[in-house]
Design a binder for this molecule. Sequence first.
Ligand code: GDP
Length: 398
Amino acid sequence: MIIKGINFPSLAPLVSLPERNSQNVCELLLSAACKDQDKEYVGFATLPNQVHRKSVKKGFDFTLMVAGESGLGKSTLVNSLFLTDLYKDRKLLNAEERITQTVEITKHTVDIEEKGVKLKLTIVDTPGFGDAVNNTECWKSVADYIDQQFEQYFRDESGLNRKNIQDNRVHCCLYFISPFGHGLRPLDVEFMKALHEKVNIVPVLAKADTLTPTEVKRKKIKIREEIEQYGIKIYQFPDCDSDEDEDFKQQDQELKDCIPFAVIGSNTVVEAKGKRVRGRLYPWGIVEVENPAHCDFVKLRNMLVRTHMQDLKDVTRETHYENYRAHCIQSMTRMVVKERNRNKLTRESGTDFPIPMVPGATDTETEKLIREKDEELKEAVLHKTEHNRDENPINVLR
Ligand code: GDP
């Protein structure tokens, strides 16, 4: 008799004992089955639970960048997405101040907790982007910021102390497209093309309540066509596994067809049909932020938080950061080869030209770190030897 893959032939004599009543027989069968199961159960099936417990304990982090010209509702949307007030201390500039304004990068971090799961959320904003009279290359400081975060991570990762690396790499950039233009503006194209190989770009159609449903539909098609036409590589949602159920596949397709997400933001709660909802109150009615018939806010939030946060982080690590790292290593190798050739030439030509030091080679900070690491290693070896001696005195004496 086989129950759930466990073989019972060894129990046959037990079952045939006349003095056992049927209940006892069942109990015996069950306990024997459990014992048999224990024998066949190594325990690695609990690995996902172990990973789950460890990551919940450690907490999660996510860095989201918002970009697009000012006034498109970036801060309102971020506050609506994460139900926080991240822009309390924001100072808005007047028109005169904005004429010569350069793009500034600001960072806000909040720790949010939901059902015991902690998330350290960092929002990187780009005030001033597209606001000046001359916006030539105004995407440059955004690109530089992303590179700086990669550089910092690369340094930390290659450094001596890798235990507590702070990861500030940007995992996603919500790019706000104006609802008032006819598709993409040249600045939108320039920005996305300059950054698409550094960060996951998710385009959003801002202030969708200013458009009729037909206009939204038409604009989305136009923007998608232009993205394709200009060779812009926005974040690609991963393909569904073939064994996923039909509902899931349909939802996934709907999400892909949604690009760019038509969004509405609001920091106020209004009353609609007897319910308190986040929305915008107009003389002709209420537009509800979380109503899928009004906009794609819920789809965007679900994508960012519930379904694709980990994938956005994985693509950042495996594609964008890996590209940066490969470039770095390539140019470092080139530099070393150049340096070596120069050294060779100097030796051969017999000049006593001073060879420039490799930057950082005599850096006191690095020396300090090396000393600290040495101490740490010495202590670890000492501790290990003492431990061995306690456990196996004869071996040590020998
Ligand atoms: P930011 O400069 O891009 O951060 O824009 P803000 O979030 O400060 O919003 C600028 C103005 O647009 C404010 O008056 C907001 O109330 C308004 N606003 C924000 N989101 C929306 C929206 O979805 N629809 C409409 N119609 N107005 C919005």
